[in-house]
Design a protein around this ligand. Structure first.
Ligand SMILES: Nc1nc2c(ncn2[C@@H]2O[C@H](COP(=O)(O)OP(=O)(O)O)[C@@H](O)[C@H]2O)c(=O)[nH]1
Ligand SMILES: [Mg+2]
Length: 332
């Protein structure tokens, strides 16, 4: 298993620079007769969504003559935000839907994951890319980098963004202090229960893409469990070999208060627990120190983004168990 993860990491980790030749990318896209929808789930992001849409228009304008735009449809799925998100997005030329009006027979939308699931009912592209709409430093690299392997690497059906996550607090910036739920919940959980996925640097990134057929063939968990569920379900559907990640540089995200992260962590844990039960993995908890262990390795696999690129680090994490002392003293 670790050998597979290491090999996967080597073969399926890309850099956005590899896809920066927009003419080449655009030609491949039109030769394959592909269209792209970009979906931005949005809740009170009036201050950032306009800039993102603008960046994508600019990217489309940069495509060379004759190959057409890279993004054919820009979709904003809005949580009936009260800050004017929908108006801003519409004014900049995006197609805007209220999450509650899409597939309304399912009642009001349950958070981000539900909004994403509903958006598939109006996405027309053969390829669908999701991106968070609360990003301040959104750059075109996010779009062509994430779509790149999907368009140009045969066999790749799912691409996840990877990046460094700075943590800004008042005046100080800690370069890799962000992404706390990912580091403290998702990566340890994957190491124990889904080691196939430990090579992903940002398994919860909101920037990812797949063919629409794949997205339409898997269930979506609602709320903040959505990214975790998609990772597990895509893995089951197409296997690790059809999944890839791409280094997009650095990405600043709006930080959530710690107490909200606690509930987000719980969503991740519940998603993993539900799938483990369904996959029969609950009784196969990986205990690396036990001889009958399903996975014969004791390493903690830690995928990280660094200034020198993506790295997969291995740590030996022993968990030694001492017997109750009373038993030991009885013997002597
Ligand atoms: N439509 C919709 N979008 C949401 C909802 N909650 C969050 N979002 C959007 O989803 C993206 C990521 O959400 P965010 O709360 O920043 O999650 P985080 O980045 O993982 O901490 C942002 O663009 C949000 O505006 C929701 O309930 N409905
Ligand atoms: Mg965010």
């Amino acid at each position: 298993m670790p050998r597979n993860v290491v090999a996967w990491f080597e073969h399926r980790s890309y850099k956005h620079e590899e896809f920066s030749n927009l003419g080449k990318l655009g030609r491949r896209k039109s030769e394959a007769n592909l269209t792209v929808s970009l979906v931005l789930p949005a809740r009170n992001v009036a201050d950032t969504v306009g800039g993102i849409i603008e960046e994508v228009h600019t990217l489309n304008d940069r495509m060379p003559e004759g190959v057409g735009p890279l993004v054919d449809q820009m979709l904003v799925v809005d949580a009936d935000s009260e800050d004017g998100t929908a108006e801003v997005a519409r004014r900049r030329g995006a197609e805007v839907y209220s999450e509650n009006e899409l597939l309304s027979r399912y009642g009001d939308a349950h958070g981000k994951g539900d909004a994403m699931w509903r958006s598939l009912s109006v996405a027309r592209g053969d390829l669908v890319m999701f991106a968070d709409a609360d990003t301040r430093d959104f750059v075109p690299e996010f779009v062509y980098g994430t779509l790149g392997p999907l368009i140009s690497v045969p066999g790749v059906r799912f691409v996840k963004g990877a990046f460094r996550r700075p943590f800004k607090s008042h005046e100080t910036v800690e370069q890799d202090g962000g992404g706390r739920v990912t580091e403290l919940t998702t990566k340890p959980l994957f190491n124990l229960f889904y080691p196939e996925l430990t090579g992903f640097v940002q398994p919860l990134a909101g920037e990812f893409a797949a063919d629409k057929e794949l997205f339409c063939s898997i269930p979506f968990l609602t709320g903040y469990a959505v990214e975790t569920g998609i990772m597990l379900d895509v893995l089951k559907k197409v296997g690790l070999g059809a999944m890839a990640q791409v280094d997009l540089g650095a990405r600043q995200n709006r930080h959530q208060p710690l107490r909200d992260l606690s509930r987000m962590s719980y969503s991740v844990l519940r998603a993993v627990a539900r799938r483990m039960r369904q996959d029969g993995r609950l009784r196969q908890v990986r205990d690396p120190d036990l001889p009958d262990s399903l996975f014969q390795f004791s390493d903690y696999m830690h995928a990280v983004a660094t200034p020198e690129g993506l790295k997969l680090q291995e740590y030996v994490e022993e968990l030694v168990e001492r017997p109750p002392l009373a038993e030991v003293l009885k013997v002597h």
